[in-house]
Design a protein around this ligand. Sequence first.
Ligand code: ADP
Ligand code: ZN
Ligand code: ZN
Length: 817
Amino acid sequence: MFFVDVILPIPVEQAFTYRISEAEYSFIKPGMRLAVPFGKSKVYTSLAIRVHREEPRIYEAKEIEQILDETPVVGLSQLSYWKWMANYYMATLGEVMRAALPGAFLLESETILKRTGNQTSEDFDLEDEEALAILEAFEGKSILRISEVMQLLDRKKVLPIINKLIDKNLVALDQEIYEAYKPKLVKYVRLAEAYKSEEKMHEALDDLDRAPKQREVLLTFFSLQAGSKKPVKTKELQDRAQASTAQLKALIDKGIFELYEIRQDRISYKGAEDTEVKSLNEAQAGALEAIQESFNHHDVCLLHGVTASGKTEVYVNLIKRYLDQGKQVLYLLPEIALTTQLVSRLQEYFGNKLSVYHSKYTVHERVEVWNNVLNQADKAQLILGARSALFLPFSNLGLVVVDEEHENSYKQYDPAPRYQARDAAIVLAHQQGAKVLLGSATPSLETYYNATTGKYALVELKKRYGNILMPENTIVDIQDRHRKKKMNGHFSEDLLGAINDALAEGEQVILFQNRRGYSPVLECKTCGHAPQCPNCDVSLTYHRHREQLRCHYCGYHIAMLQKCMACGSAELDTKGFGTEQVEAELKELFPDLNIGRMDSDTTRGKFGFEKIITAFEQGEIDILVGTQMLTKGLDFRNVTLVGILNADNMLNIPDFRAHERSFQLIQQVSGRAGRTQKRGKVLIQSYNPHHQILQQVSVNDYEGMYHEQLEERHIYKYPPFCRLIKITLKHRDFQKIEEASAWMGQALKNVFNDQILGPEPPPISRIRNEYHRNILVKIPRKQSLEKTKKAILKVRTTFSSIAQFRSIKIVLNVDNY
Ligand code: ADP
Ligand code: ZN
Ligand code: ZN
């Protein structure tokens, strides 16, 4: 008898064994997908990992349904990478598989399909009767489950047909329905080269004596250009000059104006010349050689370069070297949604060699990239992606660049595997014999520690490109401004003055507030009651635009209250403020300006970010208000002022990294100011202006921050001086969670003594009606991680064997920070 072991994409510990025929035995290779029955009636896509002839002892092996691939879609080296990940992050192989494979590879009986497009089956060469039957079944129905297709065709072997329909774009997986966004083409006018001299200009104005309206258009153009450095839109010009399209066209025909459109959907303020490959300046060239040299003795190098020092150009040059050697390169980014700017920059250099791997792309696109990487196609030599791109089937990887390596979105929180993509990238590179370049202006403490103690190489860029000065930082004491009545809403006179100055110069402004919504707390002035989420232990956030109170943890919402729920008083007060309120105040203060807002409320959908970023780049938005989304490596040329509305709430978050994070956030958001020519300004409003972190930020003292924070980590035993594993217990019953977490805490203390912190309720101790308790295991560097994990798993096994604890959910999070 012949058997195959498979991984199922579900959280079970072991692999499952199925029966196969002799022919299948010689055909199936590890890494091929097989459709297999599971449970009573389910069908899953599984992955073969081994064929053999040993019959399982405890259960009778079922037969597989079908082989789905002719050649493996996953290589042996990926499988061993998955094993490492499952083991290190205490997840199952099935969980890793689910995270790793594109959704389209994992069709299962519960998958929901939608009909796409309006093509009919006749448009396609579908001889297949069954495929036609499936399409017919969609009539009068918007969705179909794969299980329904199985019923329809009266058999279980349906996945290949469905794959075919997906390939032909006739049906799609449900999660793939996204709004379509067509970037609009905006038309601009500029003066023709020949008319740029003063002399020629006077000539032109004289010539236009007999066409007064055209003359007026030209003069209006000058006044628009004088008032701001922004490019002039045709529409704007026509509106201002009250001119017709024909009049504008006449000026274009005369060769005085030139019309231009924005290529793709972005504009370059310098015109076309900066699309060429840039040659590096001395500092950049030195850094590039130092990095290359460091790879002779180190596998990992940190490029610590201040904001706008030109790190991206260094990456580009390094990447080029690896591509020239025929190697694959992976460029990791914290959040792919924010990368339009980078994508177009890299496309200019690498053209078709670049592929983007994006969780918001369609099934189609993702599978295509996957297959291109698998086949080492030219199109996928350079992959730009967020953390899930680690799982692509690389076989010839030469370099991994981890951009903004300090970003916490590299950490996957839910579901398992809860991996840290930067760290996992280093393991991947090691396995593939590749090198890693980590880049940041504000490296994480762990990385900087590794780079200064010799584990990683360290290369620095200390000046901004073009010797532009770092922005000038000013801390504004808002307690003092309140006392002196120099506050207007949440704006100090200092900040308002600076905004006015920047706008007067035709420049743009970024304002940062680390909270969305209008205000996080609504409080009754009479009795002090604040409405809470019924499912979570948090107060509801007021969203004025929708007149709602919303929970940011579970999505619960109710209409805004008119009266206090507790005492009926109509006097309700809002406490604290979010981006929505900042935006509202700005609209009152500057009614003529365009105010934009970028936070997770305004950026839903595939192109949410792009729309806002493009509008800001094109000068359609004067002031952009946002949350930490604003901090991520954006390069706007016309921003000279950054205002931080309130620096205190980040500093006060109860987390051992709060200070480090605040430093990074403020430094990164200030880094958006003054990236070209003019020195930028940053105003930081705080009630606590003498806070050490604010002082350090204001003089860009990364090293001062580093040494001080490192000292604290040393004293209180936190990374990098020890490792952490966080164990979270969840249950709906308060009494039960108290008992269970006490039991688990004690059991762990019996093994690890004082290395255990907790159990304790996290700051938000109930979410979606589940109570949470955390236990933190601190593992000294010298202690074996492997043995520690084994001991934890043993405690967990005993725990789960206690009847009354069986329903408690346990989440293990390795390196949970
Ligand atoms: P960082 O990634 O360090 O924040 P960037 O790579 O975005 O910095 O560079 C900052 C700005 O300087 C960008 O607008 C970029 O186009 C410009 N720049 C950087 N290096 C060069 C170069 N060698 N030649 C021309 N412009 C450069
Ligand atoms: Zn009340
Ligand atoms: Zn809630």
